[in-house]
Design a protein around this ligand. Structure first.
Ligand code: AGP
Length: 617
């Protein structure tokens, strides 16, 4: 979703802001804009399209001078993506400038009120309404920018992260947040400040950052500490400056053509980092502090409800199988967006596990708040440290996958499955539902997964050859059973996200209840047929596809002979215990989607219409 960058200090603001916008491209956007103040004038440029289009426009439209500025990548909500609706937006006088992430839900009533007072609007956005409301309050109440922003934000309903500049106070920027993240990078001796939706735009300049909490705002002025206030009552809040763990290398492509490919290849390392210090097979233990500290709650729980969206929801489905199988605790997996609106039955004996890579997904956050309000204990599985969801949970674990920049989730998925499998095993041990021999065997097998993924990644060129044959397909079916049913869903999601080919995932046995009607010689069917679990049944499903001339791409265990004879293509994965097969079978599906999308000329890292952090409902 939208991204914000800003700078106030002694350096030229333009390169910092434009590079920052490039780093935020992964969030998904359709237009971009920038405002610079050079000591006398406000200059701005904005355009539909990519940051590279903005750079070209800036060259021909404005000078790049100024030590203060704000920039924005917009993901359209109110009004189509065009130059006018792009941010920044200006107040009627032209003195106040704003960039905004989120949605102002009551913008229309405020707009009508402002129109009746003589305001006119150039864009269709809710953001232009907000900046004019701030201007109206500033004039009417005779207050400074910070106070006007605080009063205005108490009148709006919705979600926001904003950065506001006032030409009459050109040495400060006011930022605020409710529901959308905002980080402030703090330079040496407060001589410069950086503003951004996450810390990636300023990582080479400072390791010190302040993350605003919901309902907080900050007045940032060069040469003094940032002042943080509560939006509700203007009371001051202690400043908590954190040291960033992120480094530049982690957020660059490192020689790969796309972030997605880099992230696929990072999975052996990411999975190892996920279980580092937690999985100790030698000692025969799993140690997850967030779980140990709350073990009683887990052991007394009537059931576990997992809430998540998209790929994280698929990881939740795998966890349903592992937790029920190992720990014998009933599990329900819910789309956060449905859960939050359907008046679910939640009791104090429920544990809610919320899964989110970004930790900013609006629906998942709302589901957590609902569960907490009903007394459930909420346990988070997040990747982004310090994210809104990580802070909102009662307890939780980080996946430690490292920054995931490609919009299509890859290493986040496998690390979520890894940590959830560890949780399932640890719970099983505590409940006594798994013998110590079996427990040790699973721990030892889990430790081997990264090297198995590593060896599996060598199939890259084989998958590329298969991709060539199917790049013109218009539909695709993915089938799997048991642990690999969620992998089928994830494979289909990956393909449609980045290649725009329509794809559906199904439990293999469900094929005969409908999707079989679609099968003909133009329909590629990707079947996960590893040798454990329901292998024979899946082989029968493959026969059914074959007899209807469907093209079969089968994911099989190394050495498989039966499927090889029937399928058009096979991709072999190393053997492992059944509950861990998703960690392997997912990899070829990620590569297949990647190569098909690349060959179709799609923008793999920033697919159309998609956003990395979905901070609106
Ligand atoms: C994954 O490829 C998607 N881009 C998307 O489904 C994503 O998993 C979903 O939006 C949830 O995001 P989260 O894990 O950051 O909460």
């Amino acid at each position: 979703m939208c991204g914000i960058t800003g700078y106030i200090g002694y350096r030229e603001a333009y390169p910092i802001i434009i590079n920052g916008l490039r780093r935020l491209e992964y969030r998904g956007y359709d237009s971009a804009g920038i405002m610079l103040y050079n000591g006398n004038d406000i200059q701005f440029s904005k355009t539909k399209g990519k940051v590279s289009n903005l750079e070209k426009k800036v060259e021909s439209e404005i000078s790049e001078e100024g030590n203060i500025g704000i920039g924005h990548t917009r993901w359209a909500t109110h009004g189509i993506p065009n130059d006018v609706n792009s941010h920044p937006h200006f107040s009627q006088s032209g003195n106040l400038v704003i960039v905004h992430n989120g949605i102002i839900e009551n913008y229309n009533s405020i707009k009508q009120e402002l129109i009746s007072r003589g305001y006119t609007f150039k864009s269709d956005t809710d953001t232009e309404v907000l900046i004019n409301l701030i201007e109206e309050i500033k004039k009417k109440e005779g207050v400074k920018l910070g106070k006007a922003v605080q009063i205005a934000l108490n009148q709006v309903v919705g979600a926001y992260a904003i950065a506001v500049f006032d030409k009459s106070k050109p040495d400060e920027i006011v930022v605020a947040r409710l529901g959308s993240p905002i980080a402030i990078g703090v330079g040496k001796d407060f001589e410069e400040f950086f503003i951004a939706s996450d810390a990636s735009p300023f990582i080479e300049y400072t390791k010190n950052a302040i993350y605003l909490e919901d309902e907080e705002m900050a007045i940032i002025k060069r040469g003094r500490k940032a002042q943080i206030r509560k939006i509700s009552d203007d009371s001051s809040v202690d400043v908590d400056t954190q040291e960033l763990q992120l480094n530049l290398e982690q957020i660059e492509k490192g020689g790969y053509e796309h972030f997605m490919l880099k992230e696929i290849h990072e999975q052996p390392r990411a999975i190892t980092d996920t279980f580092r210090g937690r999985l100790l097979p030698e000692e025969g233990i799993i140690k997850i502090s967030g779980l140990e500290n709350n073990m009683k709650k887990f052991l007394n729980a009537d059931r576990i409800i997992i809430v998540a969206c998209g790929t994280s929801w698929h990881a939740g489905l795998v966890a349903e199988y592992t937790i029920e199988e190992f720990a014998r605790i009933p599990v329900e997996v819910e789309y956060a967006s449905e859960f939050r609106y359907r008046n679910p039955v939640i009791t104090e004996k429920d544990i809610v596990i919320a899964i989110s890579q970004s930790g900013e997904t609006a629906d998942t956050l709302a589901a957590i708040k609902l569960a907490k309000s009903k007394g459930a204990f909420v346990f988070g599985v997040c990747n982004v440290v310090g994210s809104s969801i990580a802070r909102e949970n009662d307890s939780g674990v980080y996946t430690h996958a490292g920054p995931e920049i490609g919009v299509a989730s890859t290493k986040a998925f496998t690390t979520q499955i890894t940590v959830l499998s560890l949780i399932a095993l640890r719970l099983a041990r505590a409940k006594g539902t798994l013998s110590s021999d079996m427990y040790r065997m699973y721990l030892q097998e889990m430790e081997l997964i990264p090297q198995k993924v590593e060896s599996l990644l060598k199939i890259d060129s084989h998958v590329k050859e298969i991709a060539k044959k199917y790049l013109l397909s218009t539909n695709c079916l993915y089938l799997g059973r048991g642990y690999n049913f969620p992998v089928a869903l994830e494979g289909a999601l990956k393909l449609k996200e980045i290649s725009y080919i329509h794809a559906e995932g199904y439990p293999a046995a469900e094929m005969k209840h409908g999707p079989i009607a679609l099968i003909d010689d133009r329909m590629p069917v990707i079947v996960i047929a590893t040798n454990k679990g329901h292998y024979d049944k899946v082989v029968s499903n493959i026969q059914e596809i074959k007899s209807r001339s469907g093209k079969i791409i089968a994911i099989v265990t190394e050495g498989d002979k039966t499927v090889k004879e029937i399928a058009d293509h096979v991709i072999e994965v190393p053997e492992t215990e059944e509950p861990f097969t998703p960690l392997l079978t997912t990899i070829p599906l990620q590569l297949l989607s990647y190569y098909i999308a690349v060959m179709r000329g799609c923008n793999v890292d920033q697919p159309r219409n998609l956003a990395k952090s979905v901070t609106v409902e």
